[in-house]
Write a protein of this length. Sequence first.
Length: 234
Amino acid sequence: MKRRARLFFAVATVAAMLASACGRKSAETSGGAAEHEESEGGAGVTFKEGRGLILDPEVKKALALKTVDVEERPLADNIRLIAQVFATSPRVLASATVPTADAEHYTKHSFKNAQLVRIDRSAAAATHLVDLIVALERSPAPAVGEFVELDFATEPLSVLAVPRSAVLDAASGTFVYVVNGEYHLRTPVKLGARSPDFIEITDGLYAGDVVVASPVEQLWLAELRLTKGGGHSH
């Protein structure tokens, strides 16, 4: 309850700071990019195109903003898929559907208690999906039509990774907020292996970068409010 209360207070605080300054100031910078100042005396939340958000210390405190360094760490890919059994003789076979782009990833490593037999790409052109056909090594054997869980794991590799909480999965793409001085810039990234706590970054960041670990969703809401209007009338 305490965590929920803090989050509610943080959201309410940011919303109040943004709402209180509605219409006070919207200036054009010398480069032609809009800069929105959203509270009196420069306090609150400010957005500058191409640079990102500036958060007043009071806002950071209210949000309990946390940042982390981007660094390499050992990471094993752990994925759980749902497969449906379609044959039991002479082997128990099941099928799991995955995006075409991920298919080759499964050929390089192994499933627990299952073996990849082949990849069925017959529907890939139309659906951008493929079926992983696996032979199950389970006793007792499941029946045809039964759904089973497949655990897929890789050996730990040293990769560039960030906490899962740092990644924003939005309709327009996948992002993190990179800290550069006083600015917090939403930056597109590409993802790789996933563990319960961390996600590999394959493109978009460098070792030594600093990113917001939490709460990225609240930064995204603040940015939307400033750049898309969000009910304001400047």
